[in-house]
Write a protein that binds this ligand. Structure first.
Ligand SMILES: [Zn+2]
Length: 459
């Protein structure tokens, strides 16, 4: 009996991982995300799949696999796929990024979702300040060192370094040998050692298959080769050389980035001011003893947007926002201390600049990935227009959440799996050139790969 691996997403694309592993009668799903470029031929220009139609709008264009015993009754109510009792035993979530979580709301609530304790805290904070893809399900949490059993499979989660806390890879000890899955990883973040821990555990397991990401395995990697420590240093230089307002947009759940910017602020005598959503997340993550998180009020201040009728009054804010009002910094407050602040302002909050009325000559730090498609390029252009309208300088300072090609090659060769299945990459074909041992098996969407019977080929 071989172990079967079927990739329903993350095939020749970045993100959208949906990988089903079957060992005897046990089926586990590794992530269930939404791909970044998935379905853009139909769903773009403001057209989105209607949540009310469950999986129906995605099935229409073949954007979601029609797997029996996976979806909830409501997800299938207007489709030809019949709802049955769950046939998938567990969903193992590697980390809380949308390209790994995005389709979970459609999964049957009876199927248990396993995630790291930190992911559960991020979910709690996100859920309170909006909505989370993990809403309405009981989560079973783990930490590195735990092992748990799902049918014939013993699951060993091992932490990895990535651009969100609580990221894991998995080693699935099946009846035919180990199948390792990296999730998303890098080595150049503050916790790069965690990825080394994953490599060493995976190597010990002598895997029959390694399912690895390869976001930056590409013909020409144009992204900057900055580590997170360099982000902090480069930001410090911008903060010190500028005597006006500095603002930045970055993914608020990238706690390493919040820390880098906080560090830069300390070095340059400024104060980091974050949105309420980020403040909410930091408050929640304080519960995680394994994380270093800046303290709201002491280390980091909160930006107070005008809402409702525009008064800074409790009644204008959601309940979860009210705790931040007393220590909040208003637009006027930012204007009065422009040279003392680094303001976190995501692109959808750029109109706040109209209230802040900053002096010309400030700086903007674009601390996110560079655009990878036309939509992203258009977004960047709009940001540049705002930045130049207010007379600010534009800086790109970012460390990727993913390892470059050389690091992926190191991981693959150190683990030394019998077969290597590249996912979460646009160039799986390049893995043959970086894999010294083991056979590279290129996944085909929805086609089962059999491993562990010495073949490792597409069935
Ligand atoms: Zn990720």
């Amino acid at each position: 009996m071989a172990v079967e691996v079927t990739c329903y997403g993350g095939v020749n694309e970045i993100g959208g991982n949906k990988i089903l592993v079957r060992d005897r009668d046990t089926k586990v799903l590794l992530d269930f995300g939404a791909g970044f470029s998935e379905g853009l031929d139909y769903f773009s220009s403001g057209i989105v799949p209607r949540p009310v139609n469950g999986a129906g709008d995605l099935f229409e264009f073949g954007l979601l696999p029609e797997i029996s015993g996976l979806y909830s009754e409501s997800a299938l109510q207007n489709t030809t796929l019949k709802h049955t009792a769950p046939e998938v035993d567990a969903l193992l979530l590697s980390h809380y990024h949308f390209d790994h979580t995005g389709r979970i709301p459609l999964v049957d609530e009876e199927i248990p979702v396993y995630c790291g304790e930190t992911t559960s805290l991020i979910h709690e904070a996100t859920s309170e300040s909006g909505s989370s893809p993990l809403d309405k399900r009981g989560l079973r949490t783990f930490r590195t060192g735990d092992r748990f059993r799902v049918g014939s499979i013993e699951v060993q989660p091992v932490h990895v370094d990535h651009s969100i806390p609580g990221a894991y890879g998995f080693i699935l000890h099946t009846s035919e040998g180990a199948v390792a899955y990296t999730g998303d990883f890098r080595f150049h973040g503050p916790m790069g050692k965690m990825t080394m821990d994953f490599i060493s555990e995976a190597r010990k397991a002598k895997p029959i298959a390694l399912i690895t990401e390869g976001t930056r395995v590409s013909g020409g990697d144009k992204k900057q080769e900055l580590g997170e420590a360099e982000v902090s240093r480069a930001t410090t230089r911008v903060l010190k050389s500028n005597h006006r307002l500095v603002f930045s947009s970055f993914r608020g759940n990238d706690v390493d980035r919040v820390l880098s910017f906080h560090e830069a602020c300390v070095a340059a005598g400024r104060r980091l001011v974050v949105s309420m959503k980020v403040a909410m997340l930091l408050e929640e993550l304080k519960k995680d003893k394994g994380l270093k998180v800046p303290e709201i009020g002491r280390d980091v201040a909160v930006y107070l947007r005008r809402k409702g009728r525009g008064r800074y009054d409790d009644r204008e804010y959601w309940k979860w926002e009210r705790r931040f009002i007393d220590d909040g910094v208003t637009a006027e407050g930012v204007r009065k201390q422009q040279d003392k602040i680094l303001l976190h302002l995501d692109q959808w909050y750029l109109p706040e600049l109209i209230d802040i009325k900053p002096d010309r000559g400030g700086a903007y730090i674009h601390a996110t990935t560079e655009a990878y498609n036309e939509e992203g390029e258009r977004d960047e252009e709009v940001i540049r227009n705002w930045v130049s309208h207010f007379g600010f300088a534009y800086h790109q300072i970012h460390a990727s959440g993913h390892s470059p090609l050389s690091g992926v090659g190191d991981l693959v060769n150190q683990i030394g799996s019998e077969s290597v299945i590249p996912v979460h990459t646009e160039r799986p074909d390049l893995f043959a050139g970086i894999t010294k041992r083991g056979e590279v098996v290129l996944p085909v969407k929805g086609t089962t790969i059999r491993v562990g019977d010495g073949t490792g080929t597409n069935a």
